[in-house]
Design a protein around this ligand. Structure first.
Ligand SMILES: [Zn+2]
Length: 79
């Protein structure tokens, strides 16, 4: 059995609501979402950035400072 309840306990309620509205909760629970930068599995306790896209995809960035920084730089570069 997975230990989801324990993970959810430290997870922000607003994030749950957001992810729920995006239909992303099951994907994260089953480990199907990955960091946009380092490709680590995104879990409830390592989400740093969530960027819903117009095509219903969602970009995730994990909470490693290097990933957060790399993602900001990437955003600047693509404009
Ligand atoms: Zn990462």
């Amino acid at each position: 059995m997975k230990k989801q309840e324990r993970v959810l306990a430290v997870f922000d309620e607003e994030l749950i609501n957001l992810l729920g509205s995006l239909n992303e909760l099951p994907k994260i629970e089953s480990g199907e979402r990955f960091c946009n930068i380092c490709n680590d599995t995104i879990l409830f306790n390592n989400i740093s950035i969530i960027v819903p896209q117009e095509d219903k995809k969602v970009i995730y960035v994990c909470n490693k400072p290097s990933c957060v920084e790399a993602y900001s730089l990437k955003q600047d570069g693509t404009k």
